[in-house]
Design a protein around this ligand. Structure first.
Ligand code: VNL
Length: 394
């Protein structure tokens, strides 16, 4: 007992000593730490892989130092679970004293960390999760991904304008799926169309019984939302159920023809029309060099919309730190992020100062074979789209 006590006291004394003799005068060059919380394992690991690769590429290209401070990236695997995300956010804030929390692959994960960001007054840069309401969960959340209604309303308008009258929606049954379903249904019915809604569980989805119902209903199109990483599995069942040859068109936000998986889907994906903010085939010099550098650094992996959310999130953090002169004061960083505008690989973007959501072009795209590879080829641009859910509340 005594020994244990002595050991504890010695440890405490050693800690005090470290603090007292710490690097004091060099404080100006303290590293600015960014805690990147991502699903690096489990069913959504592709999202973590894409975002981590993009963040590392950004640092490689722009230097591991900003405004005179070294940048330190701390990556943590949330395994796709909300409880663990919250605990990791807490540890990163309390133990590692990160200046920024970033990542957040899925809506429930982003929401679980929001109270930590608020309490600690630390910016939470959401690079992936896309349910509209997320930015309302904390004044410290700033988003560089998108919202499902933002991507979906243009799809509904395109479908209505291109002769479709009857559509069935099939969505993953959680935040972003429900957002997509509502946005499509409201917009498409307002344009005179009819819609039936189906929902499939997020975890271990079996699409077959739903696809059978779609085949029986015989709509002009099936509108589908599944999160990034799940599209290939959906496409496989879509083919197996014979829907690919049924004349029922496949449409949706671009998550289903995710660039990470698209090239391996095969001909079934040809002619699928989707709406989204990013395609690896986006025709701009900035995107061409982004795609090339990303592939070169990652054994040929093609960047998808998650990667671009991570890359732009890092840009936002770097630029905000430049604005504050390297100060990592949370409220000052969020203030600096509001209204920031830049040219992303996806096209021109800005942070809406009122909602802290990203304002961006939405592109209508069709899957085509280009130089032997499948790509989402953009053929129509709806410029500077805001999240319609928040715009309607004003
Ligand atoms: C979410 C939205 C996740 C869209 C996704 O992939 C996605 C989300 C993981 O908000 O949970 O493609």
């Amino acid at each position: 007992m005594l020994n244990r006590r002595a050991a504890l006291l010695a440890a405490a004394a050693a800690m005090t000593a470290t603090i007292a003799w710490g690097p004091g005068p060099a404080a100006a060059a303290d590293p600015v730490k960014i805690g990147l919380i991502l699903p690096m394992s489990g069913p959504f690991a592709s999202t973590g892989r894409q975002i981590e690769a993009a963040a590392r590429l950004y640092i490689q290209q722009h230097g591991a130092e900003v405004a005179g401070r070294p940048v330190e990236l701390i990556v943590r695997d949330d395994t796709g679970t909300a409880d663990l995300t919250k605990r990791l956010a807490q540890e990163l804030v309390v133990n590692d004293r990160v200046a920024v929390l970033a990542g957040f692959g899925l809506t429930p994960l982003a929401l679980s960390a929001a109270p930590i960001a608020t309490q600690a007054k630390v910016p939470q840069v959401v690079m992936a999760a896309a349910t509209a309401t997320i930015t309302e969960a904390s004044p410290f959340i700033v988003r560089t991904s998108f919202t499902l209604p933002q991507a979906t309303v243009p799809m509904a308008q395109w479908a209505a304008g291109n002769g479709m009258k009857k559509v069935v929606t099939l969505v993953s049954d959680y935040g972003p799926g429900i957002d997509a379903e509502k946005a499509f249904t409201d917009e498409f019915t307002a344009a005179g169309g009819t819609v039936d809604n189906l929902r499939v569980p997020l975890r271990n989805p079996d699409f077959s019984p739903f696809l059978q119902r779609v085949a029986d209903a015989g709509p002009d199109a099936l509108f589908v939302f599944v999160p990034s990483g799940v599209g290939a599995q959906f496409m496989k069942q879509f083919t197996e159920r014979g829907l690919a040859r049924s004349g029922i068109r496949l449409i949706g936000p671009g998550d289903v023809t995710d660039d990470d998986l698209l090239n391996d889907m095969g001909d079934v994906a040809l002619d699928v029309v989707t709406s989204q903010h990013y395609s690896a085939a986006h025709d701009s010099p900035g995107n061409k060099s982004f795609v090339e550098a990303f592939k070169a650094a990652n054994r040929g992996m093609r960047p998808n919309f998650m990667a671009v959310g991570g890359y732009d999130g890092m840009h936002l953090i770097y630029e905000a730190l430049k604005t504050t002169g390297g100060a990592s004061d949370g409220p000052a960083l969020v203030e600096a992020m509001k209204g920031m505008a830049w040219e992303s690989p996806r096209g021109p973007v800005s942070i809406d100062p009122e909602t802290r959501d990203i304002v961006q072009n939405i592109y209508i795209r069709k899957v085509e074979r280009v130089n032997g590879e499948l790509y989402n080829v953009e053929f129509e641009t709806i410029p500077a789209v805001k999240d319609p859910v928040k715009a309607a509340k004003k």
